[in-house]
Design a protein around this ligand. Structure first.
Ligand code: HSE
Length: 400
């Protein structure tokens, strides 16, 4: 019998309890041992909940109980999650977490402590919700140099953009809907401003390069400036707007960016809608691979957390090597990255042509008093220089 403690009885913590209960037998068979929740740490009480008697308010009880072999961190945020997780690892307790903020900031250190202690720190649920991506990168795609990872890594914004595209819904209404479904972060700013996707691509890039990628250094734009008019133009072009998080290995180093992009129908992520996430991976010997599935929500995320618990139980006292050192990886300048650019402007055609040369004009049904155009492929810095020639830019969206 393996005894576990869950930190946080919110969406994910209660999902873990539900998954363990729903699939109790098959999980025990796969883990080779029964798994029992001994404690649930939360500030609140849960009168009437079947787990009511497991709820405690003092972390010391967990840290000092030698029977607890696995700690599930489902609190979110960096503190006190970091302090609790570090203390658990130093006390020889395995940890699994769904917390991308924690992993992006302290992953390298926590991985190193787990290694020293011959235990495991796992974080499958921190990226892509229920989609296996951390384990495949760490254990399956080890023959490759990963040259590109491009993902739709935030379920909330993908849900919102899909609804805005297919149902013409308003930004605020779809955000409320996503929150009520348990997709959004406690503070949804992290979703809509791209910070959540930024932390996730930082984690994936750190795993791929084996060094610490600081999320603060990743150029990040969210979806708050995307309007119904942009969506009309995208439709007129047969494209969709998606929040992409992408990192590429170039001859100069790794380059990462998070921003809304207009995707053509040929793009592998074009059809990824609603709360689904997908991660496109290109390896130098593998070629292309895609990982697709439920990217957020209670049970999908809990499924990944419980899979970590099973893996931990199968590897008790044996560290599974994760190559992610604290040595910093300097990212290359994102201004050198190339793409085409879609621009909306109130400037006249002559001014646009004088600044950008020949462009492809785009008309969107029902949109008047402005013009839309697509540039040739160019770097961000070239775009910025040319855009200085226009005074009235209403919008710019990268195009792939
Ligand atoms: N708020 C996140 C999302 C939850 O919408 O993707 C999963 O990390």
């Amino acid at each position: 019998m393996i005894k576990i403690a869950i930190l946080g009885y919110g969406t994910i913590g209660s999902g873990v309890v539900e998954v363990l209960r729903t699939n109790q037998e098959s999980i025990a068979k796969r883990a080779g041992s029964e798994i029992q929740v001994k404690y649930i740490l939360d500030l609140r009480d849960f009168p009437g909940d079947p787990m009511e008697d497991k709820v405690i308010h003092d972390y010391d009880v967990i840290a000092n109980d030698p029977e607890v072999q696995v700690v599930v961190e489902a609190m979110g945020g960096v503190e006190p999650a970091y302090t609790f997780v570090k203390r658990a690892l130093l006390a020889g307790k395995n940890v699994t977490t769904s917390n991308k903020a924690l992993v992006a900031k302290h992953g390298a250190e926590l991985i190193a402590i787990a290694k020293e202690q011959s235990i495991n720190f796992m974080f499958e649920a921190s990226v892509g919700g229920g989609i296996p991506i951390i384990r495949p990168l760490n254990s399956s795609l080890t023959a490759d140099e990963i040259e590109e990872i491009t993902g739709i890594l935030n379920g909330t914004t993908n849900y919102m953009l899909s609804k805005m595209t297919f149902e013409g819904s308003e930004f605020d209404d779809v955000l409320k809907d996503a929150q009520s479904r348990g997709y959004a972060e406690a503070d949804p700013t992290a979703d809509i401003e791209g910070y959540d996707a930024c932390r996730k691509i930082a984690i994936l890039t750190s795993l791929v390069c084996g060094q610490q990628v600081d999320f603060e250094e990743i150029y990040t734009e969210g979806i708050t400036k995307i309007t119904a008019t942009d969506i009309k133009y995208a439709k007129a072009m047969g494209r969709v707007i998606k929040l992409l998080a992408t990192s590429r290995k170039t001859a100069e180093g790794y380059c990462a960016i998070v921003a809304p992009f207009m995707l053509s129908q040929q793009h592998p992520l074009y059809s990824v809608n609603d709360v689904f996430n997908a991660i496109f991976v290109h390896g130098n010997v593998l070629g292309d691979a895609m990982f697709y599935g439920s990217g957020a929500g209670k049970l999908p995320t809990a499924s990944a957390v419980v899979a970590d618990i099973v893996d931990i139980v199968k590897h008790l006292h044996k560290n599974i090597l994760i190559s992610w050192s604290s040595k910093k990886m300097e990212l290359t300048d994102s201004k050198k990255a190339k793409s085409r650019f879609f621009v909306r402007t109130r400037n006249g055609a002559d001014t646009v042509t004088a600044a950008f040369g020949d462009v492809e004009w785009i008309e969107a049904p029902g949109v008047t008093g402005e013009m839309g155009f697509l540039t040739e492929m160019m770097s961000e810095e070239e775009y910025e220089k040319k855009a200085e020639g226009l005074q009235h830019i209403l919008q710019m969206i990268r195009v792939v």
